[in-house]
Ligand binder design. Sequence first.
Ligand SMILES: [Zn+2]
Length: 115
Amino acid sequence: MFCRRCYYNLRGTEGEKCPECGLWFDPQIPLSFSQYSIAPWRVAILKLLSIFSTWWVSLAAAIVFGLLAVFLEKPFHRIVFGICAILNLYNFFTISLRGSSLKKALQDARAGKLE
Ligand SMILES: [Zn+2]
């Protein structure tokens, strides 16, 4: 629970005004406060980017780039797409093991760890 104007952490705050900027809020009305400690446009960008940082998108891209690297004729194209395939494969494994860093950023924003 954060202030909609200044993103002050309102958890444990008594009263119905933000201690930082004085904006009114009601813990019973979700629209009167923000779920995230960052601006809505930053939340939207993180959500949009996190769609592209899922393991299945990385795996699909690695397969497509890998096939291009195998079947294209020009050596330069094979090298470029080969590198893309390897990078996406690396991304796939790191996301599978550690989870998406963008999803973690959203969780941090909800917990108030991100400013
Ligand atoms: Zn405030």
